[in-house]
Design a protein around this ligand. Sequence first.
Ligand code: PAF
Length: 281
Amino acid sequence: MKTITTIQALRFQLDELRSEGKSIGFVPTMGALHEGHASLVRRSVAENDVTVVSIFLNPTQFNDKSDLERYPRTLEADCALLEQCGAQIAFAPSVEEVYPEPDTRQFSYPPTDSVMEGAMRPGHFNGVCQVVSKLFSYVEPDRAYFGEKDFQQIAVIRRMVEDLGFKIQIVPCPVVREESGLARSSRNTLLTEAERRAAAHIYRVLSWSQSFATDHTVEQTRQFVIDSINAHPELEVEYYSIVDADTLADVNAWDAAPAVVGCITVYCGSKPIRLIDHIHY
Ligand code: PAF
């Protein structure tokens, strides 16, 4: 595997591969790679001739600077994992390479980017669209792979791809879970063992809520999830929204949209660590 740090060198490599007729799969990441990322990379390797993985901790999507500072940085281990998964190129640029000038572009796709994470983390999705649009224009992949754990992020990126007319297939990949059911996340490494056990309660309750929902209203189900998670002393729900899986607008009846999903954010432990998850109804 090659590690490349400049846009020019990346384009040079990829132009050559494209001229040989090779298809290109792309997995954008912020590093601190885990089994969830590995599953995206393996899928890309299986479906494309060449897989490029970007490792770039994007400052513009962090509205909370302390969150950015404590984000795990594990470049060496990340590259070892990518090599094992069969990726051909790791693209690990500096902040100056990606943002030689401040990016002043504004992306707005309401309600998809203005609800839930968009409301709680102002500017977050704008930063995601800034960096992903730049990365897409450097890599020009045929397919780009995103984990469904960040359910809202995929919905926003789909809108951006439509808006900017990128000819890229967005491939959503299923959430990878620990044995306890906890969704794999780079942030899990910041949890103590006790907090990790507590965090497993989130998906347990979401799973219970699927059968609860069969004979309860949307609002009753929403309250059931919030109350059952808040009953755990280590957990506090920030929001639980039951929404149209496509637009992410709130629904108040189960048949109000072709597909309905519940999206949750929970604070865990004393630091506290912010965890997200979702469930389909
Ligand atoms: O999901 C992530 O890790 C990031 O939001 C992404 C897509 C790599 C953009 O920085």
